[in-house]
Design a protein around this ligand. Structure first.
Ligand code: GDP
Ligand code: MG
Length: 366
């Protein structure tokens, strides 16, 4: 009978799903983590979830496992910062430990003011005996930090325009070109057509570097001669994106000091030139900030934002600093969401910013 057939198909689907899940979990990437699992909608019935439907056809790794893999990598890459925050070896809850926590928050660049308010909360709860163990102290720090970070639900699905034009700005050496390469790879691997515009025309080497990344990502590139007008390159990139029906156009620009007025004017000209071709573009202006520059990143962001209405921050080189707490500082001080983080120099070292994963990677012991 028809319904019986359907039922047995469903059963088979369920069996295959659990088999795949068990196979994957036997890789044992991480110990099961309750709170991490809680991030995903609970699902007792696999047929109901989209991830199952997808995995039937495309062998997509279930989201939970993917998240654990991402978390594992993030933890590895944040080792330097985690060492700063790693004060939990001490088992006794006393004034000395509280001082160590305070020092680690300051050293990690969470910001003096934020540290003070967190310490007030901790001291208060210790006094009232709400916190009575090191573990409770640790989880309260985690909670306090998490509270200060907006939950980020951004993904590439938010690149909704056709083409979605992204302008990438920032000072010299922060990782603009590298990040564009990583992002382009990410997008093309999702089946999107990507065009990159080489509007950093100051140095031939800059274009060559971008070309390499474009090649790696199987993305198209629009380039002009050295010293060409960057606004013209940007215009042509958008034009090419429209005519070649690209999903995303990403425009690289030369590093500029946020304090130099003429350079900021130049980037405004690039913006106008993009809008001339496509009136609501650029749809995103991403500011790249180098996490190793500490608090200076915050003032850079303020000035760029005033001039360009930045829609997202990408914080790079978090693998190279012990001051990963700068993320909290930036999120607290600025009204601009952190979209991605850079945690290394390879294609895979760009992650969507997930505040909970980030704080946990920062605080949790091995
Ligand atoms: P741009 O001048 O802003 O375009 O910066 P580049 O993309 O040329 O990058 C400058 C340097 O920073 C290069 O050596 C990159 O490999 C390096 N870099 C970029 N992002 C990261 C990152 O997330 N981690 C590390 N460790 N290095 C990075
Ligand atoms: Mg560059």
């Amino acid at each position: 009978m028809k319904w019986q057939k359907k039922k047995s198909q469903k059963k088979e689907k369920k069996r295959r799903f659990f088999k795949r899940k068990t196979d994957q979990e036997s890789v044992n990437l991480l110990e099961p983590e309750q709170a991490l699992d809680n991030q995903q909608p609970a699902s007792d019935s696999p047929e109901d979830t989209q991830e199952v439907k997808q995995s039937e056809h495309q062998e997509i790794v279930p989201v939970k496992m993917e998240k654990k893999r991402i978390f594992k990598r993030l933890k590895e890459r944040l080792t330097k910062s985690r060492k700063t925050m790693g004060v939990w070896g001490k088992k006794r809850l006393d004034d000395e430990l509280l001082e160590m926590v305070e020092e680690s928050l300051i050293t990690a660049d969470i910001g003096v003011e934020t540290t003070m308010t967190i310490m007030e909360a901790l001291n208060d709860q210790v006094r009232k005996k709400i916190i009575t163990s090191t573990e409770q102290l640790q989880s309260t720090v985690l909670h306090e930090l998490m509270q200060r970070l907006p939950k980020s639900e951004f993904s590439e699905d938010d690149f909704i325009y056709n083409p979605h034009v992204i302008l990438v700005v920032g000072i010299n050496g922060v990782g603009k070109t590298t990040t564009i390469g990583k992002l382009a790879s990410r997008l093309t691997s999702q089946g999107k057509k990507v065009i990159i515009g080489a509007a950093d025309t100051f140095r031939a080497a800059a274009v060559e570097q971008l070309e390499l990344w474009a090649e790696r990502a199987s993305a198209d590139i629009v380039r002009h001669k050295e010293n060409a007008d960057p606004a013209a390159v940007a215009f042509d990139t958008v034009q090419a994106a429209i005519s070649r029906k690209a999903d995303v156009a990403i425009i690289d620009t030369a590093g500029r000091l946020h304090t130099k007025k003429n350079l900021m004017e130049e980037i405004k000209k690039i913006r106008r030139s993009i809008a001339k071709k496509l009136p609501d573009a650029p749809h995103d202006t991403f500011l790249i900030l180098d996490a190793t520059t500490g608090q200076n990143a915050v003032s850079q962001a303020q000035l760029f934002h005033q001039a360009l209405n930045v829609t997202g921050i990408i914080l790079t080189k978090l693998d190279g600093t012990a001051r990963g707490g700068i993320v909290v500082s930036i999120a607290n001080t600025l009204d601009i969401p952190i979209r991605y983080i850079g945690i290394g120099e390879t294609t895979h070292d760009l992650q969507n910013f997930d505040s909970e994963l980030f704080v946990r990677a920062l605080i949790e012991p091995e």
